[in-house]
Design a protein around this ligand. Structure first.
Ligand SMILES: [Zn+2]
Length: 211
């Protein structure tokens, strides 16, 4: 049974001081597309973000974005998610309700299922973080609470149906017996870009077909 490894407090790998050195030494392929940061303004933005997020945060959100993109190539609304424990991905998934004929097949649920099956446990280990490219819906937030997720990081808000700040902030209601730490805004524009281009392509296809 995997009910063991409780994490030590998060290691201090934040880019606070010697940021240029950190960036220079980092594997850029796994971090960020620096072409997007090729002017001073954008670079300044990047630095302000990087001071807040850890390099691992950025790395795992990049992984979630890659999964979202995979969803788009499968003609599903592009949302991706990875679950991380002990600096290791323990579950991942992307949104695919259409291809699976399964309304519950959201990225978060897919990531939970893959982690829980491989861990053979209906709950996640303590100090597990979920990186997801879009704010969770009611169903997914409920599942994350049931799974005892410790920390949720999402890239961008879902103004129509998000319940972690947009339409509601369910976690602040106080009737759940579990608390999840939440951070948002990491690689927000990347996620928005993937969603926008997906819906733009959809509209273009539709217009083409209507002629
Ligand atoms: Zn959902």
């Amino acid at each position: 049974m995997i009910n063991k490894p409780l994490l030590k407090p998060k290691s201090n790998n934040f880019i606070t001081k010697d940021i240029n050195n950190d960036i220079k030494n980092y594997d850029h392929d796994n971090l960020i597309n620096f072409n997007n940061y090729n002017n001073n303004n954008n670079y300044a933005n990047y630095l302000s973000v990087a001071k807040f997020w850890s390099l691992n945060d950025v790395r795992y959100m990049r992984a979630a974005l890659a999964l979202a993109q995979l969803g788009a190539t499968n003609d599903e609304v592009p949302v991706g998610a990875v679950l991380v424990h002990n600096d290791k991905i323990i579950g991942e998934g992307f949104n695919k309700p259409i291809s699976t004929c399964d309304p519950t097949s959201h990225a978060e649920i897919a990531a939970l299922r893959s982690a829980c099956i491989s861990l053979q446990n209906y709950r996640l280990p303590e100090n597990t973080t979920l990186y997801v490219t879009l704010e969770p819906c009611t169903m997914c937030l409920g599942a994350l609470i049931h799974a005892r997720l410790s920390r949720l990081v999402f890239a961008t808000h879902e103004p129509r149906a998000g319940v972690v700040g947009s339409q509601l902030n369910l976690l602040e209601k106080g009737f759940y017996n579990h608390k999840i730490d939440v951070n948002n805004g990491l690689l927000k524009s990347h996620s928005q870009q993937i969603l926008k281009s997906f819906f733009r392509n959809k509209r273009n296809q539709k217009n083409k077909n209507s002629y």
